[in-house]
Write a new protein. Structure first.
Length: 306
């Protein structure tokens, strides 16, 4: 299969690219920085398409001959309108161009942020109640992906392209390639730096999440790509909840000479966190991810790289 991949030189994207190549797929990567990961660019089966998300001419050219499109790249803005322009609009245009190019499959990368407000049950069936612009943008993208069954007029009398959604949770990991990148969130790095400098590690009491390693996230993308599902949403998380306090404690254990202390801010969060359900990926793909050994490796990585 030939796969068009946006964001393929980003963190999750370069893990997905690696997994697709391992399975023998060819990939066409749309990126503003085609030289960002030289070893990926040089890999057999990779074509780089230098393009911004709204460069429709380049996107259209890159989609030619592709069987599937995986949209991972994120557009950003500081206002509702700029988020609409830079992310939602780009998603809708790539969605339409993929259908016009004859892609059989489209996978949209949303986020658990689209779901927003935590409730006692957090699975793929609950209504999206976003609490910030990022979540609203992702929820809007989801709506277009699922709603694009047909257009109006003669352009898209029907849409045969299968359209599915992955909502990643906090995805972490060391670089997939030796010249690759780690997650853009800097909390691991900042924590390791504080320990190195002997300054306080400041965290919110009872803060944590169901971390998932990027290789595990990539496995979900692959399973979905090679499936016959259509118009489905899948949560990409581990069942194991890990606190930021436990991460800080493990980092400190690796640097016993550090004079850093963990300082917790109490915002009244419960010590019994609400969890996202991962039952659907278990039922549909037989996937259940254990993030603990990966987490230990990642803590070691940041302890050594600051």
């Amino acid at each position: 299969m030939r796969v068009f991949l946006t964001g393929g030189t980003g963190f999750i994207g370069h893990y997905v690219a690696k997994r697709l190549l391992e399975q023998g797929h060819e990939i066409s990567i749309a990126t503003r920085h085609p030289d960002k990961i030289p070893s990926l660019k040089a890999a057999p089966g990779v074509t780089m398409v230098e393009s911004a998300l709204l460069d429709l001419t380049s996107i259209e050219r890159g989609l030619k001959g592709c069987d599937a499109c995986i949209h991972i790249a994120l557009g950003w803005g500081e206002t509702p309108f700029s988020m609409l322009e830079n992310d939602t609009r780009a998603t809708v245009q790539i969605l339409e161009l993929a259908a016009m190019a004859g892609c059989k499959k489209f996978i949209y990368t949303s986020s658990t942020a689209a779901m927003g407000k935590m409730r006692p049950v957090m699975n793929e069936t609950v209504a999206n109640l976003p609490i910030d612009l990022y979540g609203a943008t992702k929820a809007a993208g989801e709506a277009y992906v699922l709603g694009f069954r047909q257009g109006y007029g003669n352009k898209f009398p029907s849409v045969e392209m299968a359209r599915n959604i992955i909502r990643p949770g906090y995805t972490f990991g060391n670089p997939a390639f030796h010249d690759g990148c780690t997650q853009p969130d800097r909390r691991f790095a900042e924590m390791a730096l504080a320990i190195k400098n002997g300054t306080d590690i400041r965290i919110v009491k009872n803060d944590g999440t169901q971390f998932i390693h990027a290789s595990q996230q990539a496995e979900l993308y692959l399973k979905l790509l090679e499936s016959d599902y259509n118009e489905e949403v899948f949560l990409g998380l581990s069942p194991t909840w890990i606190s930021w306090k436990s991460i800080a404690e493990k980092m400190l254990a690796l640097r016993p000479e550090s004079k850093s202390k963990i300082v917790e801010t109490d915002l009244g969060w419960s010590d019994k966190p609400m969890l996202y359900s991962v039952e659907k990926i278990s039922r549909c793909f037989n996937l259940s991810f254990d993030n603990r050994s990966f987490m230990d490796e990642h803590i070691q990585y940041w302890t050594e790289h600051v």
